[in-house]
Design a protein around this ligand. Sequence first.
Ligand code: NAD
Length: 252
Amino acid sequence: MRSEGSVALITGGASGLGRATAEQLYSTGATVVLVDLPGSAGEATAAALGDRAYFVGADVTSEEDVQRAVDQAASLGDLRIVVNCAGVGTPGKVLSRKGVLPLGDFERVVRINLIGTFNVIRLAAEKMAATESVDGERGVIVNTASVAAFDGQIGQPAYSASKGGVAAMTLPIARELASHQIRVMTIAPGIFETPMVAGLSQEIQDSLGQQVPHPSRLGKPSEYAALVQHIVDNPMLNGETIRLDGAIRMAP
Ligand code: NAD
């Protein structure tokens, strides 16, 4: 799959890992469509990238919004690359000093991180399947799980469930979309320097960085984006979830 001449749709493209991915794919020649919540920094991010970058204000959990975003992306050329980065963090513990975790908090995280990702895949895949096959491929979809899918921590039942779901659905969707020459991969990041993590105190960030066996620091968004680019470029990568975490195994 070549970035050059392809349209890439990136959810969560206004910030963090999504933004770095948009910058990476733009630099290798893709037309990039940043999909993020209305009012996010998406508009400014697209403007800063250049004339092959667009912003669509959309909520990934809305069928109507995502259809509009996918239609707009496909109107710009062949939609061949989709990267699902939109996501939200954990809502808290099952039982805490504040009481029982409200079911709605759990549902919200699963709805955005898991169902939102599936919503984008199903609507984008329809457009990707209709593009012309180039070098035996029509497209590639990259999702974002988390190491929380595998070694979840206290306070993260919803986040772990949502990201575990993303990892678990990768293979069945990849097997199905293979008949359309579309690959599906998932990256499970460790801890990366993004606004999602910037909310933690400096002390916690430093301690998390020290828990990474090597390189003993938090990941950089450009390192995530480099793996997306590698997945796009490598036709043998399909149906797999790759940990990108410096060998960290999260403590409970
Ligand atoms: P971030 O907060 O910087 O970016 C997330 C983006 O998603 C934001 O721009 C936000 O507006 C957007 N978003 C949230 N809900 C949305 C919705 N309903 N519709 C559309 N857009 C929505 O966070 P990030 O660190 O860049 O995270 C990107 C992805 O990587 C997330 O799925 C996150 O769970 C995952 N992840 C991050 C880390 C990390 O350490 N930063 C680790 C593991 C996994």
